[in-house]
Design a binder for this molecule. Structure first.
Ligand SMILES: [Mg+2]
Length: 358
């Protein structure tokens, strides 16, 4: 997929598949620039929100996004619970009983495809997602059903879940408990596995190659896009920064400070020796000492004078290209690259942030 010079990135795609946490909101706060950018994108193409979090229903997720000021309906949201229910509906007849482990989103997704969610007893399959109320009894019932031969689908394998009280065990941790007990491995539909993204493409009636996936996590959003054959934009408003990019093996199609990057032309980053540059932004790395020197226009990319995100978008693209180039160079040690990436995080993160709701 190539973008014509001067055209915004989004113009090259027929739809955008957008992650939520760390991209649109972080807990109760809106991520800076997210809502106005998505409103502008939606005037050009559909935006579907795809989330690994299976606990809530699409309607509940849509309510949260609407509270931020973006008109979103339940149909604009696809959850990993829905992708899991779709998979099971393709294998088992309507009316089949499925053990539903997780929040309301799991049961509702099963009902919507004609399957019958139950919490114990004889079942053809287990659909396991995260839920705040999931108990040891639920895990026991899942283990017994799986040991008896039930098909096992997990919505996602995120090991942790950030909450306002701190990090708590995510679905992957609870799936691991059942896997340890049964010696079995589930099929997984959520990111970084392809089914969730594919179900969005099916839902839209588009080939995955026509979709652009947007997310903050390299190991789920961006890796999942690659697995599904989709282009990806990595944004720095969530959990991962350049340190994680340095450790990762994935390379996003685009990297941007925030969602304004969708509405900007794709930066064209060039490298001359140890200088990476785009327009008036230059990043020089002293590979011997690991020191980084950034030359960027006055007043940006830290915010002022960069309302359209041009400088922020280009700086992040330059830094991402620099890190992925150096990852592949044997002469650059992992420690040296990590040190360089930490310095870039200090700069790149200044151009992003969250805005509190009034
Ligand atoms: Mg996220």
């Amino acid at each position: 997929m190539t973008v014509s010079p001067g055209e915004p990135v989004v113009a090259a795609y027929d739809a955008v598949v957008c992650d939520l946490d760390g991209v649109v909101y972080r807990g109760p706060v809106e991520v800076a620039y997210a809502v106005p950018s998505l409103a502008a994108v939606r005037r050009q193409c559909p935006v579907v929100f795809a989330t690994n979090n299976a606990s809530r229903t699409p309607g509940q997720v849509a309510d949260q996004v609407r509270a931020l000021g973006l008109e979103v309906a339940a149909d604009d949201v696809r959850t990993s619970a829905q992708a899991g229910a779709d998979l099971l509906a393709s294998r088992f007849p309507r009316g089949s009983s499925v053990l539903a482990v997780g929040g309301p989103g799991v049961g509702e997704a099963l009902r919507a495809v004609g399957l019958v969610p139950v919490t114990e007893g004889s079942v053809v399959a287990v659909l396991q997602g995260w839920g705040a109320e999931v108990s040891v009894t639920d895990l026991a019932n899942a283990s017994i059903a799986i040991a008896a031969g039930a098909t096992w689908v997990a919505t996602n394998l995120d090991r942790t879940l950030p909450t306002d009280r701190g990090i708590v065990p995510g679905n992957g941790t609870l799936v691991a408990a059942v896997a340890t007990a049964t010696g079995r491995t589930p099929e997984v539909v959520g990111k970084p596995f392809a089914p969730l993204y594919r179900s969005v493409a099916d839902f839209l009636g588009l080939a995955t190659g026509r979709l652009l996936a947007v997310g903050d996590r390299l190991d789920t959003d961006i890796e999942g896009a690659a697995a599904a054959g989709m282009a990806s934009m990595w944004v720095l408003t969530g959990v991962d920064g350049f340190v994680e990019l340095a450790r990762s093996r994935v390379t996003p199609t685009y990297a941007a400070a925030d969602l304004r990057g969708l509405l900007r032309p794709a930066p064209v980053v060039r490298r001359d020796g140890v200088v990476w540059h785009e327009g008036d932004i230059h990043v020089h790395v002293d590979l011997a000492s690991g020191s980084v020197n950034i030359v960027a226009p006055q007043g940006s990319p830290s915010g002022t004078g960069d309302d359209d995100g041009s400088a922020a978008t280009r700086l992040v693209a330059v830094c991402a290209r620099l890190v992925t180039d150096l990852r592949d160079e044997a002469s650059v040690t992992a420690d040296r690259l990590a040190s360089i990436a930490r310095q870039l995080d200090g700069v790149g993160r200044n151009s992003t942030g969250v805005v509190a709701r009034q």
